[in-house]
Design a protein around this ligand. Structure first.
Ligand SMILES: CC(C)(COP(=O)(O)OP(=O)(O)OC[C@H]1O[C@@H](n2cnc3c(N)ncnc32)[C@H](O)[C@@H]1OP(=O)(O)O)[C@@H](O)C(=O)NCCC(=O)NCCS
Length: 252
């Protein structure tokens, strides 16, 4: 699998962009899909170095584009913003997301950035595993219903609560204690020790809209209180594949 910038050839680039739009549909984003002209605008510096809105990376295999990441610049040249990362359903959980994130790190470092900001839904354990556990990024803030109520199939009936993730490319990751030694938060009054854990659903995609909404109501107040009020950061996602249970680990 090759991970590279969109092609500098406009015809080839538009065909790769069409694949990026297709991948978003395949993961269920429906009406929330980012259209091709936005990809084109954000990759324009591929053909004109005087414009730097960001870049788009694509992962190309034998069957075409299997994943992508769209990154934009911010007013701080040392900070980039990851708008989307998508890996096609058949290529997920095979380390491709991690390879794309590492290429983003490399590309952003090359362009002078030292960190990447982005958001993800804290009840998506799969995503938390990639960002917190594999990349070792940290989430220092929670936003309530950031994008409003998204109409896509993948997010039906869920509020768009999001963790803000900060990936400092050169920061050494903190050491996480054995998960069995980390106290579980069941009530807000349990938030006392340096490390705490809160359970999140293992596979949100398998749950009914009602059940996902119940999980949100359980997890979100803990995150808001611990992170926004008490200044904890989400630092790790522990997934037990045998018992199919997942916990977010927060550190103070
Ligand atoms: C999120 C996404 C980009 C991850 O890509 P990916 O290629 O699956 O990522 P990786 O395989 O590198 O890493 C995922 C890790 O999560 C693990 N994982 C898979 N399902 C999991 C689950 N239900 N709970 C916890 N971890 C899970 C994988 O096994 C893998 O860990 P491992 O390498 O230790 O085995 C991809 O799933 C995706 O495109 N999802 C749909 C779109 C989306 O949500 N985009 C991100 C928006 S913020």
């Amino acid at each position: 699998m090759k991970i590279e910038l969109l092609s500098a050839d406009p015809t080839q680039a538009m065909s790769e962009i069409a694949d990026c739009v297709r991948l978003q549909k395949e993961v269920g984003w429906g009406d929330e899909t980012v259209p091709s002209h936005v990809f084109r605008a954000d990759s324009i510096n591929v053909v004109d170095a005087s414009i730097d809105l960001g870049y788009v990376l694509i992962a190309k295999g034998a069957g075409g584009v299997e994943g992508f990441a769209r990154v934009t610049t911010t007013k701080d040249p040392k900070v980039h913003w990851l708008h989307e990362i998508v890996v096609g359903p058949h290529s997920q959980s095979k380390n491709l997301g991690f390879q794309i994130m590492n290429k983003v790190r490399e590309e952003s470092l090359c362009r002078g950035a030292q960190s990447l900001l982005f958001t993800y839904d804290p009840i998506e354990a799969h995503n938390g595993n990639l960002y917190l556990t594999k990349c070792r990024a940290e989430a220092p803030k929670v936003y309530e219903n950031l994008y409003g109520n998204l109409g896509s199939k993948a997010h039906a009936n869920r509020m768009s609560h999001r963790l803000l993730v900060h990936w400092e490319f050169k920061k050494a990751p903190i050491t996480i204690p054995d998960i069995g030694d980390v106290p579980e938060v069941l009530e807000l009054s349990d938030i006392t020790s340096d490390f705490i854990k809160v359970e999140v659903p293992f596979r949100i995609q398998m749950l009914s809209a009602e059940d996902s909404s119940e999980w949100q109501k359980r997890v979100y107040p803990v995150l808001v209180h611990a992170i926004n009020a008490l200044r904890y950061r989400a630092v790790y996602l522990h997934a037990d594949k045998l018992t199919e249970r997942a916990h977010l680990v927060l550190a103070r």
